[in-house]
Design a protein. Structure first.
Length: 355
């Protein structure tokens, strides 16, 4: 009997035990018919009919929900090579990969480094992870990180391109690992300490291989950069976004040295990377009383981040929160899917997984 030990009956109501349990109905004073068995049976039949309809509705609703979940699971599995779902919202709304390590493992960065348009993007992402996010990766993600790094080094050794970029990446990673290994009791590096010491030795070996690269001059003797008109040479230099490349190019030949010191060239470089407010804060005058744009550039580089350029980037769909490489389609349900995609820099990609 329900509510044992308590007066569970409300005024004007009565309870009758039936085969389905205790049933409540009104008494005579409240307009009910306690002594009328036929009225009670009719009411009981009505309740059973409502209960039967309710059960049918619950079964149908559960079936629809199950089918919907199965369809979503199939869609996510079928397209797992093209995109991933990322978390955006409360923890109850997570429907995909919610950590940086999971996303790093899911996206095919090993194939991305073979694409020249995505190479710089992946290298920059590896550098940012090495600076501050290495300890947030799982053991599998850390192993995957080192495997991708090894493939990057091997590609540079074969192509003899982007040598300085990879040197900086290896130096950043080695410095971070030295700090973490020295504080092994406080770090969260996954795995045995000897394994990480072996990985640090591999980094030193890669650095030595990069230092031993001897770039050979091609045997083909055709038109060179210095054979072009000065206006074309200057136009080519204006397309370089790194001041260090300008300095290196100026060391190739005396004529290029003169062009690499052009004030207008360095002025455009400063205006491309930095705002007017940042430039006004670090004005430097030369001995002739003119603005020394070259010195200003290297001073600004030490104080502010430069504008990043990538041939291809990761895209985030703001409508369905799907992350994919640019040019990879996904079944977006928005009316205008093109307007929902936004490009992510490597830092933006990392920020997606900061909760």
């Amino acid at each position: 009997m329900p509510f044992l030990g308590q007066d569970w009956r409300s005024p004007g109501q009565s309870w009758v035990k039936t085969a389905d349990g205790w049933t409540r109905f009104l008494d005579e004073k409240s307009g009910g018919y306690v002594g009328d068995i036929s009225s009670f049976c009719k009411k009981d039949d009505h309740n059973k009919e409502n209960l039967f309809n309710s059960l049918n509705y619950d079964v149908a609703a559960k079936k629809r929900k199950k089918d919907l979940l199965n369809n979503k699971a199939k869609i996510q599995y079928f397209h797992q090579e093209k995109w991933i779902y990322v978390h955006k919202g409360s923890t109850k709304e997570r429907h995909g990969y919610c950590t940086l390590g999971e996303a790093f493992n899911r996206l095919d960065f090993s194939s991305a480094i073979l694409d020249s348009r995505r190479f710089n993007y992946v290298v920059r992402l590896l550098e940012l992870i090495a600076k501050s996010q290495l300890t947030s990766l799982s053991g599998i993600a850390q192993k995957n990180y080192m495997n991708i790094l090894e493939k990057v080094v091997q590609k540079v050794l074969e192509d003899q391109q982007n040598i300085r970029l990879i040197r900086e990446l290896l130096q950043t990673l080695y410095t971070s690992l030295c700090t973490l290994v020295q504080r092994v009791g406080k770090s969260v590096l996954v795995g045995n300490i000897n394994m990480w010491v072996h990985r640090m030795e591999s980094i030193l070996h890669w650095q030595q291989q990069l230092n031993n690269i001897q770039i050979t001059r091609p045997a083909f003797k055709g038109t060179t950069l210095t054979d072009l008109p000065l206006c074309l040479q200057l136009n080519i230099m204006q397309r370089l976004s790194d001041g260090r490349d300008l300095v290196s190019l100026g060391q190739v030949a005396p004529d290029l040295q003169v062009l690499s010191e052009d004030r207008l060239l360095w002025k455009k470089l400063c205006q491309y990377h930095f705002t007017d407010r940042q430039i006004r804060k670090w004005l430097i005058l030369s001995d002739k009383g003119q603005l020394d744009w070259k010195k200003m550039y290297f001073k600004l580089v030490r104080c502010y981040p430069r504008k990043e350029q990538y041939g291809d980037t990761l895209q985030l769909c703001r409508h369905c929160h799907i992350l994919s490489w640019k040019g990879t389609d996904h079944p977006c349900t928005a009316n205008n899917p093109e307007t929902c995609s936004t490009s992510l820099s490597p830092q933006d990609f990392i920020n997606l997984f900061r909760f």
